[in-house]
Design a protein around this ligand. Structure first.
Ligand SMILES: [Zn+2]
Length: 276
C-alpha cells in the first residue's frame, strides 16, 4: 500500500498568469468560500472569481491544480450571496487529498503573508523578496521564509495490537496515533522516542519511516512512522494524552479516516498484518 497519492495538485512558486480555467481558493478570515449550489466543495472558477463582490487584499500563486493555475485569494467582507464559507478542518471530510493539499498550502501562505508584514528583528516593514517566496526587511535585510514546523506522528505496535490514544480535544470515543513537534537539534527518530516516552511512558524500537503529510493546523509537516513496542507500561501523561491503550487489530475504536496521515498509518499497518 502507498500513501494516498497527490498528483493533480503540484505546488510551485513562479507565478503563471490566470487563464479561463484557473482555480481560486478564496479565504475570508480563516474560512474558505464555496459556491452554495456546488454538490461538493470546490474552488471558484476564473469567471466566478472575476465577478465576486468582495474587498480583495492579496493574491498568492500556489501551483497548478488539474493542470491549471491555482491561486489563494485573501479577501475581506461577508460571504457574498450565492456563496457559503467553511473552515479548513471541515474540508477534510468534503474534499479529496489534492484539493485538501491545495487549500492547506493556500491557507498557510495567506496566514504567513498576513503575519509577516514587519521584520521580526528591527520592526521595519518587510516586502516580498524579488525571487523567492519570502519577505525581506527593507532596513536590515533579514529574510523570512514561510514557517514550517516538522512533527513526528507514529503508530506504535506490538504484534497484532496497536497503541492508540486520546487527546482532550478529540471527539468522544475517537482514538489516534501519537504525535509531537521535533525540537531544535533533534532528529526525527529522537523526537519520536522522546514524545512516546513523555506522552505514554513506554520505550519504542525499530522506528520505520512510512510517509509524510502537510498539515495546515497551523503549519506542520507530519513525518509518519511505524515503531515497535520495546518496554514499559502504558501510562498517559494526563495532559496531552488523557487515555491510551493497546487495541487488537480486529477490535479497534473509532479512528481518523485516511485523508489524514494518522488514519493512513493505522490502515497501512492493518494491511501489513493481513499480508503477513
Ligand atoms: Zn529588519
Amino acid at each position: 500500500m502507498f500513501w494516498q497519492q497527490i498528483d493533480s495538485f503540484i505546488p510551485a512558486n513562479s507565478p503563471l498568469a490566470p487563464t479561463d480555467q484557473s482555480h481560486h481558493l478564496v479565504f475570508v478570515g480563516d474560512r474558505l468560500l464555496a459556491p452554495a449550489d456546488a454538490p461538493h466543495w470546490r474552488p471558484l472558477h476564473q469567471e466566478e472569481w472575476r465577478w465576486l463582490d468582495v474587498d480583495r487584499k492579496a493574491t498568492h500563486y500556489l501551483g497548478t491544480l488539474d493542470g491549471h493555475p491555482c491561486y489563494a485569494e485573501d479577501v475581506e467582507g461577508p460571504a457574498p450571496s450565492g456563496y457559503n464559507s467553511i473552515d479548513l478542518r471541515s474540508l477534510l471530510g468534503l474534499a479529496n487529498a489534492d484539493l485538501f493539499a491545495a487549500a492547506g498550502r493556500g491557507w498557510q501562505i495567506v496566514q504567513w503573508h498576513r503575519d509577516h508584514q514587519f521584520c521580526s528583528r528591527c520592526g521595519q516593514p518587510a516586502a516580498d523578496h524579488h525571487s523567492d517566496r519570502a519577505k525581506q526587511c527593507a532596513s536590515c535585510g533579514l529574510i523570512a521564509y514561510p514557517r514550517l514546523s516538522p512533527c513526528i506522528i507514529v503508530l506504535v505496535h506490538r504484534g497484532e495490537e496497536l497503541l492508540l490514544a486520546r487527546s482532550p480535544q478529540f471527539p468522544a470515543g475517537m482514538f489516534s496515533t501519537l504525535a509531537g513537534f521535533i525540537e531544535p537539534g533533534e532528529s526525527a527518530e529522537q523526537a519520536l522516542a522522546r514524545e512516546v516516552k513523555e506522552e505514554v511512558g513506554i520505550e519504542i524500537a525499530q522506528p520505520r519511516y512510512v510517509s509524510s503529510q502537510s498539515w495546515p493546523f497551523p503549519n506542520n509537516l507530519m513525518l509518519g512512522f511505524h515503531a515497535e513496542y520495546a518496554s514499559g507500561e502504558v501510562r498517559p501523561d494526563g495532559v496531552e494524552i488523557i487515555e491510551a491503550d493497546w487495541f487488537r487489530a480486529n477490535a479497534l475504536p473509532k479512528v481518523p479516516g485516511t485523508v489524514s496521515i494518522s488514519g493512513w498509518l493505522i490502515q497501512s499497518y492493518l494491511a501489513s498484518l493481513q499480508a503477513s
